[in-house]
Write a protein that binds this ligand. Structure first.
Ligand code: GDP
Length: 212
């Protein structure tokens, strides 16, 4: 029977970063995990997995972060890597229209792979120097996020702008959902035990009737 875990017990959370090639998935993952930025393109074959233990409020989380490859020829292969992820970051590059136009396909892929919490994130904001361009980028991201009812963020893995925000948001939502699911399972179990006890009483009552 599932027990309500004490808050101090750690939880396992799997988060994946998906999106087109060169949008900065590896840079974002490394920035979040190690806190630094290494310029240059990292060739991700299939997927890389990073493990990190972090605290979310008073809860210890064993985070498994999956950084996936984004080449079109690899897309069908990487699905199993982020299938059933608790949370997924769909990343695009704010200077690449092609990566922005691919967001709809990635959203569908996340749904098909049963990813539970999804956020849209635009990376490389440091390359949008003027405020007019930044406003344009913000508006177009908001439009697609609203259409799909998803949260959205603009970040820079290079300058570390806002990098923690989508991760923290996902982690909080995943923990809340896990706690709610656990509570529901406990209630269901209690109901089943109660039902069983009631049935047992009825059966033993009938048995007493027969015997007397
Ligand atoms: P991936 O293929 O999606 O994993 O992309 P990478 O992390 O390998 O990054 C592709 C290129 O974009 C590399 O040259 C990175 O240095 C660069 N890059 C990644 N994030 C940023 C960012 O926030 N700002 C800038 N200016 N460049 C970035």
């Amino acid at each position: 029977m599932p027990q309500l875990r004490p808050k101090s017990q750690s939880r396992d959370v799997k988060i994946a970063v998906i999106g087109n090639n060169t949008v900065g998935k590896t840079s974002l993952s490394l920035r979040f995990i190690y806190g630094d930025f290494h310029p240059g393109y990292f060739h991700t074959r299939g997927g890389d997995i990073y493990l990190k233990q972090i605290k979310v409020h008073d809860q210890t989380v064993n985070l498994k972060l999956v950084d996936t490859a984004g080449h079109p020829y690899q897309r069908s292969l990487i699905g199993p890597l982020y299938k059933d992820a608790d949370g997924v970051i769909i990343l695009y590059d704010v200077t690449s229209e092609k990566s922005f136009n691919a967001l709809d396909d990635w959203i569908i892929a996340a749904q098909e792979n049963n990813c539970r919490e999804v956020v849209l994130v635009g990376n490389k904001l440091d390359l949008c120097k003027d405020s007019k361009k930044q406003e344009e980028v913000t508006n177009e991201l908001k439009l697609i996020a609203d259409r799909h009812n998803l949260r959205h963020y603009l970040v820079s893995a290079k300058t570390n702008l806002n990098v923690n925000r989508p991760f923290n948001r996902l982690l909080r939502e995943v923990l809340q959902r896990q706690a709610a699911e656990q509570a529901r399972a406990l209630i269901k179990d209690k109901e089943e035990v109660h039902q069983l006890q009631t049935t047992e009483k009825q059966v033993s009552g009938c048995f007493d009737c027969i015997m007397s």
